[in-house]
Design a protein around this ligand. Structure first.
Ligand SMILES: Cc1cc2nc3c(=O)[nH]c(=O)nc-3n(C[C@H](O)[C@H](O)[C@H](O)COP(=O)(O)O)c2cc1C
Ligand code: SF4
Length: 440
């Protein structure tokens, strides 16, 4: 059985996470800190973009879009232009960005420095989830230390390149992790998502309507190593050519050692569960949510699925934010689904009716089923309401079918629909016997 020790030498982003004092700039600099950025300063911006594209790096925030391609698509020759780090991590059971912010803040700042130089931005922002008080303070400390060393400000290290970086706290809304809502919030507006196109990289779609690139902070944290060792080195890790590198999987639920594990994208779901200590003694696996609370569920038959973006998609779910929620045979799926749908209902920004009203109705019906008050016809009603939010029979991620302005609404349908598809008999038992099939 694999253990995390077998994989630790392959870590990229977490390579130095265990070094005492790595959150201080001097220690960070003794461990390859800012070498990637210094290398970047010797290169032409277009060559850095080509290098990042060749590395195969894909966004770690949810959609898994090619980072290099996003940079190429940013509208050219328009100033000012901005880079924004997305540190608003709010997906239930995803906790990798918080740890990066608290323990490796300079690496995030170095990543945004590389991206800003490559994209010609002279002002960058890191939008930090409001609850991450420690992470926010750590990022500000790292920014201040960079100014003191001449790594930020005017004419950085005599290169002629100027850059200012600002950390900005969110105010506790999950929707502000969605990039257009994040930009609205950063501008001082209410955190509502915006219509696309224009996309953030285009005039009219970005911060202050200027071309902007929004990048998750784990994505940014990969850039220093890609610059240091080159695209070819990075592109050999994982499942080349389209799923390269490592990923920080936040593993939670019924495993013996929940936590963040940085592993190559070639790891299978079964290996990942073992690395996280395996199930509790005597328990059987019931279900796994592979990419954040809103993704379609897997079961025991998916243990051999490789945890890369494309393999998870082929198997019927999505890699999303990289969180892996493990549920053993003590789990009541109705209760689990209710808990998750409640989260999305609470976080609905209220802009569009199917999400604002529909998720509230889903919660009410799931609540009565879970509490022994379910009625005949409730399952059909749930399915119909799900269709009216996320489109006929679809799961989250099926773009173009949802009836909401953004993907938060369909995210709230997914736990109900996935669990009902897989464990319909448990829902029926709840309604018929007024109690839980698993826990009585
Ligand atoms: C409802 C919703 C919430 C999101 N929350 C986050 C988040 O907390 N952090 C994040 O990096 N991306 C989040 N995203 C994805 C962002 O919109 C965006 O795709 C991402 O920040 C781009 O960076 P990347 O390419 O590096 O992944 C969310 C998307 C949606 C639809
Ligand atoms: S789907 Fe929900 S979160 Fe998204 S815009 Fe509509 S109401 Fe707001």
């Amino acid at each position: 059985m694999p253990t995390y020790e077998d994989f630790k030498s392959q870590r990229i982003v977490h390579k130095y996470i265990d070094v005492p004092g790595i959150d201080e700039i001097d220690v960070y600099m003794q461990h390859e800190g800012f070498e990637g950025f210094k290398k970047a300063l010797t290169m032409k911006p277009e060559d850095i973009i080509a290098e990042v594209k060749a590395s195969g790096l894909r966004g770690r925030g949810g959609a898994g879009f090619s980072t290099g391609m996003k940079w190429e698509l940013m509208q050219k020759n328009v100033e000012p232009r901005y880079v924004v780090g997305n540190d608003d991590e709010g997906e239930p059971c995803t906790f990798k960005d918080r740890e990066l912010s608290e323990k490796l803040p300079h690496q995030i700042v170095e990543g945004i420095m590389i991206a800003s130089y490559a994209l010609g931005a002279h002002k960058a922002f890191i939008y930090v989830r409001g609850e991450f008080v420690k992470g926010y303070n750590q990022i500000w400390k790292a920014i201040r230390q960079c100014y003191e060393k001449g790594l930020l400000g005017k004419n950085i290290l005599g290169s002629g390149f100027d850059l200012d970086v600002v950390a900005h706290p969110g105010a506790g809304a999950y929707i502000c992790g969605e990039e257009t809502a994040l930009l609205s919030s950063l501008e001082g507006g209410r955190g509502y998502p915006k219509m696309r196109p224009p996309f953030p990289g285009q005039v009219g779609g970005g911060l202050y309507r200027q071309p902007s690139v929004v990048q998750n902070v784990e994505t940014l944290s990969n850039l220093p190593a890609i610059l240091r060792y080159g695209a070819a080195w990075y592109a050999r890790i994982g499942v080349p050519p389209a799923n390269t590198g490592t990923r920080i999987y936040s593993v939670s639920g019924h495993v013996q050692k929940p936590g963040n594990y940085e592993l190559p994208l070639s790891i299978t779901l079964g290996e990942l569960i073992e690395v996280a200590g395996g199930l509790r003694p005597g328990r059987k696996l019931k279900a796994v949510i592979p990419g954040g609370a809103s993704m379609p569920w897997f079961t025991e038959q998916h243990l051999n699925v490789v945890m890369s973006f494309d393999d998870i998609t082929k198997a019927g779910s999505l890699a999303g934010s990289g969180s892996v929620i493990v549920m053993d045979d003590t789990t009541c799926v109705v209760k689990a689904a209710l808990r998750l749908v409640e989260f999305y209902k609470h976080e609905s920004c209220g802009w569009c009716t199917p999400c604002r009203e529909g998720l509230d109705w889903l919660v009410k019906i799931l609540h009565r089923i879970e509490h022994g008050e379910g009625r005949e016809g409730d399952l059909e009603l749930l399915a119909d309401m799900g269709d009216n939010i996320s489109g006929q029979g679809t799961l989250v991620g099926t773009f173009g079918t949802h009836r909401t302005f953004c993907l938060l609404g369909p995210s709230g349908v997914s736990p109900m629909r996935s669990s009902m598809n897989l464990f319909r008999e448990e829902y029926e038992y709840h309604i018929k016997h007024k109690k839980c099939m698993v826990n009585g």
